[in-house]
Ligand binder design. Sequence first.
Ligand code: NAP
Length: 283
Amino acid sequence: MQTVTLNNGVEMPILGFGVYQIPPEQTEQAVTEALAAGYRLLDTAAAYGNEGAVGRAIKNSGIPREELFVTTKLWVQDAPAQDNTKRAFDKSMDKLGLDHLDLYLMHQPYGDVYSQWHAMQDLHREGRIRAIGVANFYPDRLVDLLLNNEVTPAVNQIETHPFFQRTADREVMREHGVQIQSWGGFAEGRNNLFTNPVLSDIGEKHGKSVAQVVLRWLVQRGVVAIPKSVRAERMAENIDIFDFELTDDQMARIATLDTGSSLFFDHRDPAMVSRLGQVRLND
Ligand code: NAP
């Protein structure tokens, strides 16, 4: 598996498996199948409610811990956020059954992000997490966070797909050494992504599916991708993208699909800040 090197030297697979919206009772089987298909990067979150199932699949796989790259995410914490972040991390680790984590992401740019980040820095310093990062940070908030803290986020996981390509945001991240990671790489199928004529035509030229073209396009731009599927045949399809290359012309054609805006919601929308920012996990 091709890797990217994060700003602290940690190697991260460029392609992994995401488990958002997989019900907990289906997650153990899905992760077991993903590991069998060759995925070694797993992306979950406290908010997904399936960390325990991810942990069981890891344990039962027998795959040596050092071969896996496990990401989970911190949900927004109440005050005192620094203490609560450490408690939330311990809970996630208990559920995952791990003694150290590869990547811990702040899931939302909401709440007392500085206190949350300070706690994440402590856990990183103590060796409990190999790399810390954020998700859903727009460049203004990201730059402010990294300029005012000791540790620069290693990763920013943001909505990135052919209809919302994040080219300027990616450039800001590159300047500051923050690795871009895509969530919703298929836009969850919105905007008829899987039958898009441009993507279909490019796929035909390579004997590849639209899904494979999209994932190849992401990794060719240096973006870490974490497609989700509950179907073993799609898991195999989605990891089979390292035997072809998109031409400059094909990359340019895909660039024309960018709409420059989210297909989900804008994390800067005050209504979302208020709604999502006040959600608390109660387990
Ligand atoms: P996604 O990967 O864009 O799309 C998943 C959808 O595509 C599912 O409906 C899946 O259906 C379908 N699919 C997968 N492979 C396919 C293929 N080869 N052909 C046709 N359809 C296919 O959506 P996502 O799950 O939202 O994003 C990926 C991961 O990013 C998540 O699982 C999660 O780990 C992470 N994420 C993070 C955030 C954040 O705020 N940080 C937000 C959203 C997601 P089946 O399952 O039926 O195959």
